[in-house]
Design a protein around this ligand. Sequence first.
Ligand code: ADP
Ligand code: MG
Length: 237
Amino acid sequence: QHIREDDEIKQLQEEYGNIKNCRDIKTFDDFPLSRKTRKGLIDNKFKVPTEIQKQAIGPGLNGSDVLGASKTGSGKTLAFLIPILENLFTKKWSRMDGVGAIIISPTRELAYQIFETLKKVGAHHDFSSGLIIGGKNLKFEKSRMDQVNIIICTPGRLLQHMDENPLFNCDSTQVLVLDEADRCLDLGFSQTMNAIIENLPTDRQTLLFSATQTKSIKDLARLSLKSPVYIAPHEKS
Ligand code: ADP
Ligand code: MG
């Protein structure tokens, strides 16, 4: 089993240099994806990627930062969850390795929806995930934070853990996702987001999604992204 997985990882890594042009992507099978992720997609009847998924998953897999402009309902969740699962899978991330990915979402409801999608699509992987969204028992959250591989959170609550919780260590973070970043800023989280980003290791991958491209989003992008790939799919109507 382990030798098979080592071979699979080696093959995936070779394929990352050779990902099809997004115009030639017809189904999720056109991406180099682990068997565990492919199974999670099939189980949930995800077959044809949406436009943002076609454009963002390739750069996400080969480790690039991404700045994506994309509306609600365009399928952003899988556009970042798939690269996260594959990044941690190819690094053989285990529960012992701590926080591997952090997804920041503006509201509890949106964070919860991402968590539900991760549980479905990531079901065959062995990563632990946790919802850190406030309004829940802080002590319980604190005691479990050191065991969580993929954190889905709202900005204020994450910064509270960074500031107050000695068990929380994000030094190993491989991937940061800023989902609906413009809404995070609209809700007044600008300083909180900047403080979070400053607390994270700089050699991470960052995927930033926003429906609008304002000056404050450009500032956030400058602070958080390194030579990003820009993605702005045209909506088909
Ligand atoms: P966004 O975050 O951009 O608002 P979501 O990721 O929440 O969009 O996706 C919107 C809806 O589309 C969800 O119900 C999701 O299950 C569905 N969806 C996403 N990607 C696909 C896909 N490739 N095929 C079919 N349905 C999809
Ligand atoms: Mg979303």
